[in-house]
Design a protein around this ligand. Structure first.
Ligand code: CP
Ligand code: NVA
Length: 313
């Protein structure tokens, strides 16, 4: 049975750490991994735009000696998936040609269905609901700044409950940091994701909570994290989303409320002057391009493990 990364819940705490440790080694010694996936091929299905994810996966795949196939989800030069061929038939067919599937799409159910019927690993490169690849790189970046033991560190996500929020909620209890979501009452994270995160946090002794007052939430934060207010696919709701989020811009005053060595994180793309002020994202506390770089290393580690080129333990 192939292993997948549908969400971060596919990784135990030990496996999450294994990905991060391998990612660090891949970053430090890239040459040691050059031929590890020689002769393999990875299909990359994209139903949404991408800068970082597409490029970091394509380059990472080549650096490991494999080849990547960029496959638009639909349209005249895309897959039949976009015009109704089932995930079942798509997964079964692609499993006969390639060795892994990376997919960025709308519905999480589509990723789950592909994984269910695929003989090869399926990697979620963003759905409307979850974004595990981003958060692997984010935690790698946090470890670079604060050391491997993130216990007691508080990450505050300031903005709408969304795919990034949900994956951060999965990560906190697995890695050991606290997650606070500072969002408007009308834009909360998924109740189900939050409840599971609360249960997991309780079990391992970390904290997870929601706070509507951003200023209160960020007190003593080690990480202030934000994301675009309008996710891909929500363009029609842009006006109403912006109206609900005006009190949630990350500005210098908010950063000053956090811990003195706090970092600012954003997976990008960003809108300066909206969810974050330019002085913050371009300022000394910002680690956004470390996050972007670490996408490459974390995803290479993930592929090596899922595709069986490196052991899980
Ligand atoms: N963070 C991220 O996924 O960026 P792209 O949309 O450019 O891939
Ligand atoms: N939440 C954003 C992340 C972009 C990488 C979106 O889904 O568009």
């Amino acid at each position: 049975m192939a292993r997948h990364l549908r969400t971060l819940r596919d990784l135990s705490s030990a496996e999450f750490n294994r990905v991060l440790n391998l990612a660090r080694d891949v970053k430090q010694n890239p040459d040691a991994y050059r031929e590890k996936l020689a002769g393999k091929a990875v299909a990359m299905i994209f139903a949404k735009p991408s800068t970082r994810t597409r490029v970091s996966f394509e380059v990472g795949i080549r650096q490991l000696g494999a080849q990547s196939l960029f496959l638009p989800y639909g349209g005249d030069s895309g897959l039949h998936l976009g015009r109704g061929e089932t995930p079942h038939d798509t997964a079964k067919s692609l499993s006969r040609y390639v060795d892994a599937i990376v997919i960025r799409t709308f519905g999480q159910d589509e990723v789950d269905a592909l994984a269910e019927h695929s003989a090869i690993p399926v990697i979620n490169a963003l759905t409307d609901r979850f974004y595990p690849c981003q958060v692997l790189a984010d935690v790698m970046t946090m470890r670079e700044r604060f050391g491997d033991d993130l216990r007691g560190k508080k990450l505050v996500f300031v903005g709408p409950g969304n795919n990034v929020t949900h994956s951060l909620l999965h990560a906190g209890p697995r890695v050991g940091f606290d997650v606070v979501v500072a969002c408007p009452e009308v834009l909360p994270p998924s109740h189900q994701v939050l409840e599971i995160a609360r249960e997991e946090a309780l079990r391992v002794g970390t904290q997870v909570f929601v706070e509507h007052n951003a200023r209160k939430a960020v007190k003593d934060a080690a990480v202030i994290y934000t994301d675009t207010w309008v996710s891909m696919g929500q363009e029609r709701d842009a006006h109403s989303l912006r109206a609900k989020l005006t009190a949630y811009t990350v500005d210098d005053e908010l950063m000053e409320t956090a811990a003195p060595d706090a970092i600012f994180m954003h997976g990008l793309p960003a809108r300066r002057g909206e969810e974050v002020m330019a002085s913050v994202i371009d300022g000394r506390q910002s680690v956004v391009f470390d996050q972007a770089e670490n996408r490459l290393h974390a995803q290479k580690a993930l592929m090596l493990l899922l595709m069986g080129a490196e052991p899980w333990s």
